[in-house]
Ligand binder design. Structure first.
Ligand SMILES: Cc1cc2nc3c(=O)[nH]c(=O)nc-3n(C[C@H](O)[C@H](O)[C@H](O)COP(=O)(O)OP(=O)(O)OC[C@H]3O[C@@H](n4cnc5c(N)ncnc54)[C@H](O)[C@@H]3O)c2cc1C
Length: 368
């Protein structure tokens, strides 16, 4: 496919980009999908939990499933657990998941090129790849993650990010809960222990200004859990990455004649409290891919429709999470954070969901 035959260029082949490429190709568009990574999904930068509902319509979840999760166990400042029953989902092998989605994009007819970074996006929509290839796609889908080059070029960068660090540790026995640790010192974030068969992902996310604390806090939590014989000593893998926590960065814009659509982390669709972004990446990727195919087929309203539908779907829960995140950051700036404030800032507790002006919209859209 030569550069100027490309109707739809998808930048990034994480879940958002792979699903977008598949949907656009299935809708009849000529699609080129690129990723700077040499292998889909590697290195893994994820705690690998997905909610049950994603498995229902995404075969890649079943292909990559490692174990099921039934509850969420929350520990506030060491006390607990407070058990959230029926918090069902799956732990997946994220590399296998991403690889399955990329394979599905190929099968749908998208041309997939790995080890192919997007180097620049000009104001007229011209895209330059690292090898010097220049393309002017009619639709450019930015699915290139938290620091999206496409999003920045189109004036829609992510406004806030969370820093993370995660290790894989041995798990002495079976566990079917996602464990959450809320502590005042984990400013603007939390720690997690997610079981994955004989291993577990033990990680922590924190405000960028506190990045230097990631290692000592995670090492201390590991030592604490080791002493309680809840995890083993072996560190199988160390990873990390950025999580957008500033809310929706933007969904659609134009660069000259090129229509830009953002999806997944590039669009800031992650929940700013939990950091969960796989489900919105898959759902928004599918919507953006369909919109791209519709645009190519002549439906000029498809970009605005995508922006509206994605805002309707993700906006209310993101707005509530932003409000709660804002409250807890304000509380920690004002003085010692109470246990009640930690609970109000986490989805396991009724107070998180309680009515406030900030979440009135959410309550209208999604009645309890
Ligand atoms: C430590 C950690 C733990 C997490 N745990 C969970 C969890 O348990 N559950 C959950 O739901 N979410 C979790 N998340 C969030 C989740 O991983 C993301 O929301 C999800 O990956 C978003 O998918 P995406 O396709 O939008 O972006 P990504 O998966 O980030 O994919 C973006 C792709 O774009 C590529 N790319 C970037 N720039 C370029 C470029 N210039 N040219 C070409 N390619 C480019 C990258 O290589 C990458 O493959 C976690 C995140 C982190 C960091």
């Amino acid at each position: 496919m030569s550069g100027f035959d490309t109707e739809v260029l998808v930048a990034g082949l994480g879940p958002a980009g792979a699903v977008a490429a598949a949907a656009a190709a299935a809708g009849g568009a000529r699609v080129l999908a690129i990723d700077r990574r040499a292998q889909a999904g590697l290195p893994v930068q994820c705690a690998e939990f997905v909610p049950m509902m994603l498995g229902g319509d995404t075969p890649a979840v079943r292909a990559a499933r490692v174990q099921d999760i039934t509850t969420m166990d929350t520990y506030v400042r060491g006390a607990g657990p407070d058990i959230t029953p029926d918090f069902r989902g799956h732990m997946i092998d994220r590399a296998a998941f991403d690889a399955a989605l990329v394979e599905a994009a190929r099968r749908a007819g998208a041309e997939v090129r790995l080890a192919t970074p997007l180097r620049a996006v000009a104001p007229d929509g011209t895209c330059t790849l690292a090898d010097g290839t220049r393309l002017r796609p009619r639709v450019l889908i930015g699915a290139d993650g938290p620091r999206s080059l496409v999003g920045r070029a189109a004036g829609m960068p992510n406004r806030a990010l969370m820093e993370t660090r995660q290790m894989s540790v041995d798990l002495p026995g079976p566990h079917d809960a996602t464990d959450i640790f809320l502590r005042p010192e984990i400013a603007g974030g939390y720690a997690w222990l997610f079981p994955k068969g004989g291993l577990a992902n033990l990680g922590l996310g924190i405000l960028p200004a506190k990045k230097a604390l990631l290692k000592p806090l995670l090492d201390a939590l590991h030592a604490e859990l080791l002493a309680a014989r809840r995890v083993g000593p072996r560190l199988a893998r160390l990873t990390g990455g950025l999580i957008p926590v500033g809310g929706i960065a933007g969904l659609a814009a134009r660069l000259g004649p090129t229509q830009v659509l953002l999806a997944g982390d590039a669009a800031g669709l992650v929940n700013p409290v939990t950091g969960a972004g796989i489900t919105p990446a898959v759902l928004s990727g599918r919507m953006a891919g369909r919109a791209a195919a519709a645009l190519i087929a002549g439906d000029a309203a498809a970009a605005a429709d995508y922006a509206e539908e994605a805002s309707d779907l993700f906006g209310p829960s993101i707005a509530l999470a932003l409000a709660r995140r804002g409250e807890i950051l304000a509380a920690s700036a004002a003085g010692p954070v109470t246990d009640a404030a930690l609970r109000r800032g986490w989805i396991a507790y009724d107070d998180y969901w309680s009515r406030t002006p900030a979440n009135a919209l959410w309550e209208v859209k999604e009645p309890a």
